[in-house]
Design a protein around this ligand. Structure first.
Ligand code: HEC
Length: 117
Protein backbone atom coordinates (compact mmCIF):
# COMPACT_ATOMS: atom_id res chain seq x y z
CA UNK A 1 0.00 0.00 0.00
CA UNK A 2 2.83 2.36 0.89
CA UNK A 3 4.60 1.58 -2.40
CA UNK A 4 1.45 2.47 -4.22
CA UNK A 5 1.49 5.92 -2.59
CA UNK A 6 5.14 6.45 -3.51
CA UNK A 7 4.40 5.52 -7.11
CA UNK A 8 1.45 7.88 -7.19
CA UNK A 9 3.56 10.74 -5.86
CA UNK A 10 6.29 10.04 -8.42
CA UNK A 11 3.77 9.91 -11.26
CA UNK A 12 2.23 13.15 -10.03
CA UNK A 13 5.60 14.89 -10.10
CA UNK A 14 6.42 13.54 -13.55
CA UNK A 15 3.16 14.92 -14.89
CA UNK A 16 3.89 18.29 -13.30
CA UNK A 17 7.35 18.39 -14.87
CA UNK A 18 6.10 17.49 -18.36
CA UNK A 19 3.14 19.86 -18.17
CA UNK A 20 5.32 22.65 -16.78
CA UNK A 21 7.76 22.24 -19.66
CA UNK A 22 4.98 22.59 -22.17
CA UNK A 23 3.72 25.76 -20.55
CA UNK A 24 7.27 27.06 -20.60
CA UNK A 25 7.73 26.47 -24.32
CA UNK A 26 4.30 27.93 -25.10
CA UNK A 27 5.44 31.03 -23.24
CA UNK A 28 8.60 31.23 -25.30
CA UNK A 29 6.64 31.01 -28.57
CA UNK A 30 5.09 34.39 -27.78
CA UNK A 31 7.91 36.14 -29.60
CA UNK A 32 7.30 37.93 -32.86
CA UNK A 33 7.11 36.44 -36.32
CA UNK A 34 10.03 37.45 -38.56
CA UNK A 35 7.95 36.41 -41.59
CA UNK A 36 5.15 38.86 -40.70
CA UNK A 37 7.85 41.42 -40.00
CA UNK A 38 9.26 40.99 -43.49
CA UNK A 39 5.80 41.56 -45.00
CA UNK A 40 5.38 44.72 -42.90
CA UNK A 41 8.85 45.93 -43.88
CA UNK A 42 7.85 45.68 -47.54
CA UNK A 43 4.38 47.17 -47.03
CA UNK A 44 5.69 50.15 -45.09
CA UNK A 45 8.37 50.77 -47.72
CA UNK A 46 11.24 50.80 -45.25
CA UNK A 47 13.48 49.98 -48.22
CA UNK A 48 12.96 53.53 -49.52
CA UNK A 49 15.59 54.54 -47.02
CA UNK A 50 17.19 51.31 -45.83
CA UNK A 51 19.15 48.63 -47.55
CA UNK A 52 18.96 44.92 -46.73
CA UNK A 53 21.30 42.88 -48.89
CA UNK A 54 21.31 44.39 -52.37
CA UNK A 55 17.90 46.07 -52.13
CA UNK A 56 17.02 49.51 -50.84
CA UNK A 57 18.10 53.12 -50.45
CA UNK A 58 20.79 54.75 -48.36
CA UNK A 59 19.02 57.62 -46.56
CA UNK A 60 19.07 55.54 -43.36
CA UNK A 61 21.60 53.01 -42.07
CA UNK A 62 22.13 49.71 -43.90
CA UNK A 63 20.14 47.04 -42.03
CA UNK A 64 21.76 43.98 -43.62
CA UNK A 65 23.57 43.13 -40.37
CA UNK A 66 21.16 44.83 -37.96
CA UNK A 67 20.82 41.64 -35.89
CA UNK A 68 24.55 41.57 -35.12
CA UNK A 69 24.51 44.99 -33.45
CA UNK A 70 23.07 43.54 -30.23
CA UNK A 71 20.33 46.18 -30.12
CA UNK A 72 17.65 43.79 -28.84
CA UNK A 73 13.90 43.64 -29.43
CA UNK A 74 13.05 46.35 -26.90
CA UNK A 75 15.49 48.81 -28.48
CA UNK A 76 14.08 48.03 -31.95
CA UNK A 77 10.50 48.68 -30.84
CA UNK A 78 11.54 51.94 -29.21
CA UNK A 79 13.44 52.97 -32.32
CA UNK A 80 10.43 52.29 -34.56
CA UNK A 81 8.18 54.44 -32.38
CA UNK A 82 10.70 57.27 -32.07
CA UNK A 83 14.18 56.93 -33.50
CA UNK A 84 15.34 60.16 -31.85
CA UNK A 85 14.98 58.38 -28.48
CA UNK A 86 17.46 55.68 -29.51
CA UNK A 87 19.85 58.05 -31.30
CA UNK A 88 20.04 60.93 -28.83
CA UNK A 89 23.46 62.09 -30.06
CA UNK A 90 22.49 62.43 -33.69
CA UNK A 91 18.71 62.33 -34.04
CA UNK A 92 17.83 62.13 -37.72
CA UNK A 93 14.31 63.33 -38.51
CA UNK A 94 14.08 61.35 -41.73
CA UNK A 95 13.19 58.16 -39.87
CA UNK A 96 9.38 58.32 -39.61
CA UNK A 97 7.64 57.60 -36.30
CA UNK A 98 5.84 54.29 -36.64
CA UNK A 99 3.70 54.98 -33.59
CA UNK A 100 0.33 53.95 -35.02
CA UNK A 101 1.12 50.24 -35.16
CA UNK A 102 -0.17 47.55 -32.82
CA UNK A 103 2.23 45.99 -30.29
CA UNK A 104 2.15 42.78 -32.33
CA UNK A 105 3.17 44.57 -35.54
CA UNK A 106 6.01 46.34 -33.73
CA UNK A 107 7.16 43.06 -32.23
CA UNK A 108 7.08 41.29 -35.62
CA UNK A 109 9.03 44.08 -37.31
CA UNK A 110 11.55 44.20 -34.47
CA UNK A 111 11.98 40.41 -34.67
CA UNK A 112 12.56 40.64 -38.41
CA UNK A 113 15.18 43.36 -37.93
CA UNK A 114 16.94 41.34 -35.22
CA UNK A 115 17.02 38.31 -37.56
CA UNK A 116 19.19 40.19 -40.08
CA UNK A 117 22.62 38.61 -39.58
C1 HEC B 1 12.29 58.40 -45.00
C2 HEC B 1 13.39 57.54 -44.68
C3 HEC B 1 13.17 56.36 -43.73
C4 HEC B 1 12.16 55.43 -43.74
C5 HEC B 1 10.97 55.33 -44.68
C6 HEC B 1 12.48 54.50 -42.69
N1 HEC B 1 13.63 54.85 -42.06
FE1 HEC B 1 14.55 53.84 -40.57
N2 HEC B 1 15.93 55.28 -40.39
C7 HEC B 1 16.04 56.40 -41.22
C8 HEC B 1 17.13 57.23 -40.76
C9 HEC B 1 17.58 58.54 -41.39
C10 HEC B 1 17.68 56.58 -39.61
C11 HEC B 1 18.81 57.07 -38.72
C12 HEC B 1 18.22 57.63 -37.45
C13 HEC B 1 19.24 58.33 -36.59
O1 HEC B 1 20.44 58.07 -36.72
O2 HEC B 1 18.81 59.16 -35.77
C14 HEC B 1 16.92 55.36 -39.42
C15 HEC B 1 17.16 54.42 -38.44
C16 HEC B 1 16.62 53.17 -38.42
C17 HEC B 1 17.08 52.07 -37.62
C18 HEC B 1 18.25 52.12 -36.63
C19 HEC B 1 19.45 51.43 -37.18
C20 HEC B 1 20.53 51.38 -36.13
O3 HEC B 1 20.90 50.26 -35.75
O4 HEC B 1 20.97 52.43 -35.68
C21 HEC B 1 16.28 51.01 -37.89
C22 HEC B 1 16.37 49.62 -37.29
C23 HEC B 1 15.30 51.45 -38.86
N3 HEC B 1 15.53 52.76 -39.17
C24 HEC B 1 14.29 50.65 -39.35
C25 HEC B 1 13.29 51.11 -40.20
C26 HEC B 1 12.12 50.34 -40.55
C27 HEC B 1 11.82 48.94 -40.08
C28 HEC B 1 11.38 51.12 -41.38
C29 HEC B 1 10.01 50.82 -41.97
C30 HEC B 1 8.98 50.46 -41.03
C31 HEC B 1 12.10 52.37 -41.56
N4 HEC B 1 13.24 52.34 -40.80
C32 HEC B 1 11.68 53.41 -42.38
C33 HEC B 1 15.24 56.68 -42.31
C34 HEC B 1 14.09 56.00 -42.66
Amino acid sequence: MREMKVILVVVFFLIMVIFGRELWSAEKEKKGSPENGRILYNKLKCSHCHRIGDVGGNVGPDLTKEGTKKRGIEWQVKNLIDSASTHPKHPNPYMPKFDKMTDKMLLDLATYLESQK
